[in-house]
Write a protein that binds this ligand. Structure first.
Ligand code: C2E
Ligand code: CA
Ligand code: CA
Ligand code: CA
Length: 277
């Protein structure tokens, strides 16, 4: 270990070196990615299980770096959160997704709902509400056509300010969903106090739904819980017809997953809408 100042020790092991170099590389490249237009959004359809129609789509960020190539979200979202860069990146995602949805509506492709992921860091940022207001105003998107995906982690610490913020978001007319529901180890009590519209069943529960009785029990319980609370429920990570059938026969409202389509670039998503699937 080499001494760096009073309390800082840096350990030079090959693995750490590689990892921290990769981190530094991603962090510095991330700082320029927005202005260099390196981000794009892909859209994954959300399908109503009663009608079989596309009713919405989740916007998922993709980073095309000139040298590193396509960098998947798992490699940079965490770093963007730690550095705070997620606030600007997230604002870009929100604006781009809303503008795209409005453009599709104006082109006569249907009144769909776009779901956008909101990180905890954005949730805590002071201009969240004003930013949302200006995006809705500028894009002229009906707020009912925007769904904001939150994770349970937002509710685990200081609950009171979260309730207030959620009510302020709700008062804009947008929909709120809980992403990765069931993985957060948080108390369920927030469900009755927070103005939530949708539960998204995490794909880890969906994966073995047809072979593991415990996962099946968890999923049917979440569907029942949602409906008893008058919430809609969507299952993510649906990859097979068997999973789809199970979810439909147990009353799940919507599905999202590779079985129907992987996330697609805007042009391909639009082509799919035009084919009228
Ligand atoms: P998430 O919000 O849970 O998004 C769903 C992830 O599951 C996406 O991964 C999607 O491509 C993947 N997926 C969809 N269907 C299937 C399926 O049938 N099987 C399997 N195995 N996977 C499926 P992706 O796009 O790599 O995103 C990973 C995570 O990165 C997201 O998880 C979300 O937490 C984060 N993320 C992505 N875009 C954004 C963004 O714009 N803002 C923020 N804050 N986070 C984002
Ligand atoms: Ca999500
Ligand atoms: Ca999820
Ligand atoms: Ca996730």
């Amino acid at each position: 270990a080499k001494k760096l100042g009073r309390n800082n020790f840096q350990f030079y092991t090959p693995v750490m070196n590689e990892e921290s170099m990769e981190r530094v590389r991603i962090e510095s490249a991330l700082r320029n990615a927005l202005e260099r237009n390196e981000f794009v959004l892909h859209y994954q359809p959300q399908v109503d299980l009663k009608t079989g129609k596309i009713v919405g789509m989740e916007a998922l960020i993709r980073w095309q770096h000139p040298e590193m190539g396509m960098v998947p979200p798992i490699r940079f979202i965490g770093i963007a959160e730690e550095t705070g860069l997620i606030v600007q990146i997230g604002a870009w995602v929100m604006r781009t997704a809303c503008a795209q949805n409005k453009a599709w509506q104006d082109a006569g492709l249907g009144k769909l709902r776009v779901a956008v992921n909101l990180s905890a860091r954005q949730f805590g940022a002071p201009d969240l509400i004003a930013g949302l207001e200006s995006v809705l105003l500028d894009t002229m998107l009906d707020p009912d056509c925007l769904e904001i995906e939150l994770t349970e982690s937002l509710f685990m610490s200081d609950v009171t300010p979260a309730v207030e913020l959620l009510h302020r978001m709700k008062s804009l007319g947008v929909n709120l969903s809980i992403d990765d529901f069931g993985t957060g180890f948080s108390s369920l009590s927030y469900l009755s106090r927070f103005p939530i519209d949708v539960l998204k069943i995490d794909r880890s529960f969906v994966a073995d739904i047809t072979i593991d009785a415990n996962d099946a029990a968890i999923v049917t319980s979440i569907i029942g819980l949602a409906h008893n609370l008058k919430l809609a429920v969507i299952a993510e990570g649906v990859e097979t017809l068997e999973q789809l059938d199970y979810l439909r026969s147990h009353g799940c409202d919507e599905i999202q997953g590779y079985f129907f389509s992987k996330p697609l670039p805007a042009g391909e998503f639009e082509a799919m809408l035009r084919e009228g699937r």
